[in-house]
Design a binder for this molecule. Structure first.
Ligand code: ISL
Length: 552
């Protein structure tokens, strides 16, 4: 019998990046005891689920997205006992836990991979995608490109053979064609689910099936070969198999990170009847300020494009699948000063306008650590301040280009490490994250932007998020109501309705520094406003004013 209920539809999920959240043992790196010490803070915010980025044992070439042991914890983060304690402390507080499941690839330090490359007859050889290179093994088997700016193959020593790795060299892709690999993955799922974990965020899950031709693609442009490895031919079959054999036996949920998936694929992946995933992350709106989904191809932000993309996501899954709602994660730069919000004057109000714009759409909202206090980008000034493997790979490529300086400045602005600086708990030297120098620099804004200040100011962004969370929890119209975008071509306002029978919620957020009228709101009664970031509501909206009307 299928044991899955739909609790994910009521979830409000907070993402923790363990390295950067709280350092419990003062070694400069966040850890599980640190997380435990902050659970009351999450309870105060009101979230009821945590997505934990990887804490498994790992050599950390990509901060844990390279797993060397799926059944243990990276020692600097703590022990399995610490993990179990964290899980039970979360459950005591009504907070569920979803783990990051990274099974498109393992670490090159995983015993499977070590055996696979050291012995051609190893039973683990076929766990990976290993092919003979061209030109007597001196050149890669084809011209595919990976996600971190490099070719997708690495040579095994000085042999003729190469292994596929769509990310860093230390992240060999698993061969999902091999049924033994799929059984291993199922066992890993069961291991954590039996321990009481509530579900998984499935890393780059739409890359697990690859077209088996392994031929070069022409013309060779960004992400060459992507037609072979993005939403490959057996993806749906593999996901269905995991669901039927494991997931459906537990009351758990899944959210898939699906990179560059099409509208049609997104429907197939989330259609409950097909039993694949509960939801997916669609990046079309976070990519609205770049070309081709590549953040280095920067494009000026336009509110109307952002609205259209979110509207497309909502319309696409209407009555068919479930959306995930987010504006930040550990791979994205911070949303402050992005997506129409501004730094400096009106910083808080504009972050509130952005928060209201995404949080009450149809779907399950996510908050990334620090987003709720308006943490800003890191303002990196040199590559030495950056740790991320992706940024370093790109920097290597950029060093060969003219205009290097201009490109490097862009790299500092979009580097994933902008989201990974230590959480700002207070204004002490290391921001209450640690008492020793952290692994990544502390954001210089810590004197003003920190949790302590946020909690002591009733008008802070934190309390605005808290209100949105409370409102969503208490009103089924936000979960079940029909979505409709209002005035989609208006360049200054983000507005939408959610309707359930005779009940209606209308969200109107101004994205203008000037006072402006919004014709639609003339029809509404200001007595129905339940959440706002200003006290008095005139005919004109004040800069970045939000009004949420609840009409019953
Ligand atoms: O961050 C990106 C580009 O800057 C994305 O292309 C990202 O690599 C992609 O969304 C996949 O991300 C996930 O898998 C990666 C890991 O590095 C990311 O942190 C993770 O979110 C490989 O496991």
């Amino acid at each position: 019998m299928n044991k899955k209920t739909n609790w994910f539809k009521d979830a409000i999920i907070y993402q923790i990046y363990p390295r950067s959240f709280c350092d419990g043992n003062n070694d400069g790196l966040g850890d599980i005891p640190g997380i435990i010490s902050k659970l009351d803070y999450l309870k105060e915010l009101g979230v009821n689920c945590v997505w934990l980025s990887p804490v498994y044992d790992s050599p950390q070439c990509d901060n844990g997205y390279d797993i060397s042991n799926y059944r243990d914890i990276y020692p600097p983060f703590g022990t399995l006992d610490d993990f179990k304690k964290m899980l039970s402390e979360m459950h005591k507080r009504g907070i569920r836990l979803i783990m990051d499941l990274v099974v498109n690839h393992t670490s090159s330090e995983h015993v499977w991979f070590k055996s696979a490359i050291s012995d051609k007859n190893s039973p683990y050889r076929d766990y990976y995608i290993i092919r003979k290179g061209k030109k007597n093994g001196k050149k890669p088997p084809n011209n595919w490109q990976g996600f971190f700016g490099e070719g997708a193959w690495s040579r095994i020593g000085d042999s003729e053979d190469w292994y596929l790795r769509l990310f860093a060299k230390g992240q060999p892709d698993l061969n999902w064609e091999n049924p033994k690999v799929r059984e291993e993955v199922k066992d890993i799922l069961r291991y954590w689910l039996d321990m009481g974990v509530d579900g998984f965020r499935c890393d780059v899950i739409n890359l697990i099936s690859k077209k088996q031709d392994f031929k070069s693609r022409f013309p060779a442009i960004a992400l060459t070969g992507k037609d072979a490895y993005i939403t490959g031919p057996r993806l749906h079959e593999f996901l269905h198999e995991l669901n039927v054999d494991v997931l459906s036996h537990y009351d758990c949920m899944t959210v898939g990170e699906t990179v560059l998936a099409t509208k049609k694929e997104n429907i197939l992946l989330t259609d409950p009847k097909r039993e694949e995933l509960d939801m997916i992350f669609n990046f079309s709106h976070t990519d609205s300020d770049n070309f081709f989904g590549v953040k280095y191809f920067y494009r000026k932000f336009k509110l109307t494009r952002f609205k259209r993309r979110l509207n497309n996501q909502q319309e696409n899954l209407k009555g068919r699948g479930w959306n995930s709602l987010f504006i930040e994660n550990h791979d994205q730069r911070r949303s402050v000063g992005r997506f129409g919000s501004v730094l400096g004057e009106y910083e808080t109000q504009s972050s509130e306008a952005l928060a209201a714009s995404y949080f009450l759409l149809q779907g399950t909202p996510f908050i990334y650590e620090g987003q709720e206090i308006g943490m800003r980008n890191a303002e990196f000034k040199s590559l030495d301040e950056i740790d991320d493997v992706e940024s370093h790979n790109i920097a290597k490529i950029l060093s060969k280009f003219p205009f290097k300086k201009k490109f490097m400045n862009l790299l500092y602005e979009v580097s994933r490490d902008n989201a990974r600086t230590p959480m700002l708990w207070d204004d002490s030297e290391y921001a209450g994250f640690s008492i020793v120098k952290p692994w990544l620099r502390v954001n210089p804004s810590k004197d003003v932007i920190n949790v302590k200040n946020a909690l002591s100011n009733k008008d802070s962004l934190f309390y605005f998020y808290k209100k949105l969370i409370e409102f969503k929890k208490n009103n089924k119209v936000i979960r079940d109501g029909e979505f409709k975008m209002i005035a989609i071509n208006n360049p200054y306002f983000f507005a939408y309705e959610r309707t359930l029978n005779n009940e209606k919620v209308v969200v109107v957020a101004s994205f203008s520094k000037k006072e402006r009228k919004f014709a639609y709101s003339n029809k509404l009664n200001s007595n129905d406003i339940v959440i706002s970031n200003y006290e008095n509501h005139g005919e004109r909206f004040k800069p970045f004013e939000v009004r949420i009307y609840h009409i019953k």
